[in-house]
Design a protein around this ligand. Structure first.
Ligand code: HEC
Length: 404
């Protein structure tokens, strides 16, 4: 259909723009963190906090970090906020066209949904707004200014609640991208409502000959730190669609929580590396959670082929290939064919065709990974595959995956 085709193209263009905007935003943010770690204070240069020489594209550049004092008006000053705005707008439109446009059916698992698709859309949009109000109110409060450690723990618990609730209410894939959208929305809010306004206030104050508001500057600095540490977890949620073993895991909320810990810790490792800190106790708060999260993740996501309910013991009677073909034809082929008949699917998803015996045998391991080890396929159990059918396919794979 023409309109569906147009929507598909619009989605492609949005994804493209979204990624480019993120490169601009995250690239600048990584660059500034790196720059801060490289600045050296020059001798007898009053007002200069640090400077660094860089070579790029055949030119040499010197960047100085300066204090601005009353009466000093830097002009023009360049801010980096449009990248954040474009990231948010394209990201939100992607949620609209990928998830909300069709009435929200992909937001939930048709098997055991706790909410209706319409309700899921309302929850998704409401959560983006509410999470920002709650987070911003908490961190603008006197409480957070006086007890930042406690506020950090409160924020971590709130994030865990969001992770758990989304994974219970939504299909795994929709839950993960919305958890990313919550973190991303707060990051964009930080840039637009807290970080840039504090810088503008500083310029306005010095040009009026006043001291800048240091409390405001300190709060902005804290928000910038939050953004730094949330970067890697948010980027993971964007690529999670390519890792079905994460979002379709039975404890997908624990997997997500561990991945957030790993992402935050990995970012801290990057910062320590930029500072060339010698290996020692400074690395412990970064390396210990990272190693523990990775170990927990690998234990949690090891496919338990030999103990799961659908597992086969090698001695079981092999399943006839005709049975397997029948199940695949019934549950998979309307999407996974050279010319899919499923509306809105233009080509075999992921390049996986299951419309011939050879293709089914060739993809046996992937079929096992997406329907038995996890329940990523069919998406949201769209074609209502039964547990008996999963068990039959599991036994066929476990007994050699032969075509007879
Ligand atoms: C409603 C359409 C639909 C149905 C039905 C469906 N799939 Fe998929 N499948 C998809 C989509 C969409 C993707 C791409 C997911 C992605 O890459 O984000 C996919 C991806 C896959 C992949 C590739 C995953 C990877 O990581 O490379 C495999 C394997 C797969 N499906 C197997 C199956 C099997 C087996 C069935 C039947 C039990 C099935 N699918 C039913 C839509 C479908």
């Amino acid at each position: 259909m023409l309109t569906q085709n147009l929507v598909d193209w619009f989605i492609v263009v949005l994804r493209w723009a979204h990624i480019v905007a993120i490169l601009g935003w995250v690239g600048a943010s990584l660059y500034f963190m790196w720059l801060d770690s490289k600045l050296r204070k020059p001798a007898n240069a009053p007002g200069v906090l640090g400077e660094a020489w860089m070579g790029h594209g055949g030119g040499f550049y010197i960047v100085q970090k300066r204090q601005i004092s009353p009466g000093e008006v830097p002009s023009p000053v360049y801010w980096f906020r449009n990248e954040a705005a474009i990231t948010w707008v394209t990201g939100f439109l992607l949620l609209v066209f990928v998830y909300y446009w069709g009435g929200g059916v992909d937001l939930i698992d048709s098997d055991n949904a706790l909410v209706s698709p319409g309700m899921a859309i309302a929850i998704a949009i409401g959560l983006l707004a509410v999470s920002w109000v709650v987070y911003d109110t908490l961190w603008a409060s006197k409480f957070a200014a006086e007890k930042p450690a406690v506020a950090t723990i409160v924020s971590a618990i709130l994030l865990l609640v969001v992770v758990y609730a989304m994974c219970r209410l939504f299909s795994g894939r929709a839950a993960y991208i919305h958890i990313g959208a919550v973190m991303g929305t707060n990051m964009v809010g930080n840039v637009w409502r807290r970080i840039i306004p504090a810088q503008e206030q500083a310029v306005a104050a010095t040009s009026a000959g006043r001291e800048r508001d240091m409390a405001m500057a300190l709060r902005a600095r804290r928000r910038a730190q939050h953004n730094t540490y949330l970067t890697l977890p948010v980027i993971f949620t964007m690529i999670a669609a390519h890792a079905p073993s994460t979002y379709s895991h039975g404890y997908n909320w624990v997997v997500m929580a561990l991945l957030i810990v790993a992402g935050i810790a990995a970012r801290h490792v990057m910062i320590l590396f930029d500072r060339r800190l010698p290996v020692g106790s400074a690395w412990l708060p970064a390396a210990a959670p990272l190693v523990m999260a990775v170990i927990a993740l690998s234990v949690l996501t090891t496919p338990q082929l030999s103990t799961g309910p659908n597992a086969a013991t090698g001695s079981e009677r092999p399943v006839s290939f005709t049975v397997v073909r029948g199940i695949v034809a019934l549950r998979c082929v309307n999407c996974h064919a050279q010319r899919p008949v499923e509306p809105g699917i233009a080509a075999a998803p992921g390049g996986v065709r299951l419309d011939s015996p050879g293709e089914i045998v060739r993809h046996a391991a992937k079929i096992n990974a997406t329907t038995i080890a996890t329940r990523a396929m069919p998406p949201g159990n769209f074609t209502k595959m039964t547990d008996e059918e999963r068990a039959l396919i599991g036994r066929w794979v476990a007994t050699g995956a032969h075509a007879d």
